[in-house]
Design a protein around this ligand. Structure first.
Ligand code: GLY
Ligand code: MN
Ligand code: MN
Length: 465
């Protein structure tokens, strides 16, 4: 079988985690709680990423316990015909070992009574810190029950450790199955961007009143049509000046000919996110100033892509981007050479920050801003201190993470021009970001989101059709 089509090996992941917590460790991984939206309506349920990564189990009300000897115990919702009539099928603890490969399963109703026995004799209890409201208190309660019986010979774990450490390291490198799912998610999202671009041009050609929500509807249609469960994050569909609001959401703003549209949207597929941004002319034809800025952002993205490969540092694409953008800002007159000096000065003083105020990428995986440290673990002790030129705050610079094959990150430079004295008027209110998803390989990176074109001519051709 092609390994990219094989099922995820959850048991192998659990075994790897068991090895990481030591022979007397115990790990507790709850899934996400159900969340009320308002009165009788809940938000659509979405499992906890860590829990899903270790089980593939999507029911709410469940907790996984792994012990250092390699045993996995699942607590899950008990079978209940009446609840199943209202809410749907429950696997139940009787069927869970056969279905999920765990060693034992119990009803969630006995979690509090079973946990002290599972904790007794362990040296460290591991759970994800600061991710599940109330979990710390609950663990304290279980540990209190173990301590209350020390005169009867129980042995209480002495350490509480953050499970995010070992789990984040595991999730940072995507296996063949994860990569295949992410390729497919990116492909669906690319199709959705194409659909929104074409709809924008078509509706404007037909003289319709086009709104941001019209394009958002195209994205959602394409996501769901291909089996995506939901958008991986709130879609940004920003017409004109709205593109300069970094966390803008799809709303009712007008899509006007002559203006740009920035769409940052990606679907989630089987637990994995995609994250794509395209910026395009609403009616399919770039104006001169739009094109000049767009080509600058694209050139900066190309510079970032060129340095993304195993062995490079996470920060390298950002630094490559900044160099190109800062030079372009000087060349196009966004920054006044007489005021800000040379390219080196602009980088040193961070003068480019006026128009480029975010980083060039982040890890991508089950979470859109995926887990995983951005400092190199083997060099954590090293740091240098400097004063931030803009805020004056003291910054500790640590060696950036060395990229490895199988890591997935976004490459997303942008430029956002708010009207300001001295800034050429032709660029006012233009916001551009270009974002692609990259799997790091030994020799470079695989861009999995290029199913939607990025070049000026290709975008114009696409929107004419
Ligand atoms: N869509 C979120 C981001 O680009 O980081
Ligand atoms: Mn992103
Ligand atoms: Mn994005």
């Amino acid at each position: 079988m092609n390994p990219s089509n094989s099922a995820p090996d959850y048991a192998q992941r659990r075994a790897q985690l068991a090895a990481a917590i030591g022979p007397k460790g115990i790990a507790i991984v709850p899934t996400a709680p159900e969340q009320q939206r308002n009165r009788d309506a809940d938000f659509l349920y979405r499992s906890d990423s860590y829990f899903y990564y270790l089980t593939g189990f999507t029911e709410p009300q469940a907790t996984l316990v792994i012990t250092g000897d390699g045993k996995a115990t699942l607590f899950c919702a008990p079978k209940d015909l009446e609840r199943e009539i209202w809410d749907g099928f429950r696997l139940g603890p009787e069927a869970a070992p056969g279905q999920l490969g765990v060693d034992a399963a119990f009803s969630m109703t006995v979690l509090d009574t079973q946990m002290p026995a599972l904790l007794d004799g362990c040296d460290a209890v591991w759970y994800p810190f600061a991710t599940h409201k109330g979990l710390e208190t609950r663990v304290d309660g279980w540990l209190g029950s173990v301590r209350a019986r020390v005169r009867f010979g129980t042995l209480c774990p002495e350490q509480q450790r953050d499970l995010c450490g070992p789990l984040d390291e595991m999730r940072l490198i995507k296996d063949a199955h994860e990569q295949a799912t992410m390729r497919r998610a990116a492909q669906i999202s690319a199709g959705a961007h194409i659909r929104a671009m074409q709809m924008s041009a078509r509706m404007l050609r037909e003289g319709q009143d086009v709104r941001e929500y019209h394009l958002d509807a195209e994205l959602l249609h394409e996501f769901r049509r291909h089996g995506s469960q939901y958008p991986a994050y709130g879609s940004i569909v920003a017409g004109g000046a709205n593109a300069c609001v970094l966390h803008y959401r799809a709303d009712a703003g007008p899509i006007r000919p002559g203006e740009l549209v920035l769409i940052d949207a990606g679907c989630e597929l089987d637990g994995y996110a995609s994250d794509i941004t395209r910026t395009f002319p609403a009616n399919g034809k770039f104006t001169g100033p739009q094109r000049a800025l767009y080509e600058l952002v694209l050139a900066s993205q190309e510079a970032a892509i060129a340095v993304t490969r195993a062995g490079a540092r996470f920060v390298d694409p950002h630094e490559a981007t900044v160099k190109v953008l800062a030079q372009g800002m000087l060349d196009l007159g966004l920054l006044d050479k007489n005021k800000v000096g040379t390219l080196a000065d602009v980088i040193e003083s961070r003068a480019y920050f006026q128009f480029y105020m975010h980083r060039t990428g982040h890890w991508l995986g089950m979470d859109v801003h995926d887990c995983g440290g951005y400092n190199e673990p083997s060099e954590l002790g090293q740091f240098s201190e400097r004063k931030d030129p803009l805020s004056g705050a003291l910054i500790k610079d640590r060696p950036s993470r060395i990229l490895k094959a199988g890591m997935v990150l976004t490459i997303e430079p942008g430029i956002y021009v708010r009207p300001s004295p001295g800034v050429p008027e032709q660029f006012h209110n233009i916001g551009i970001r270009i974002e692609d998803d990259a799997i790091v390989t030994d020799t470079g990176c695989e861009l999995i989101s290029r199913g939607v074109p990025v070049g000026v001519d290709e975008i114009e051709a696409l929107m004419r059709g």
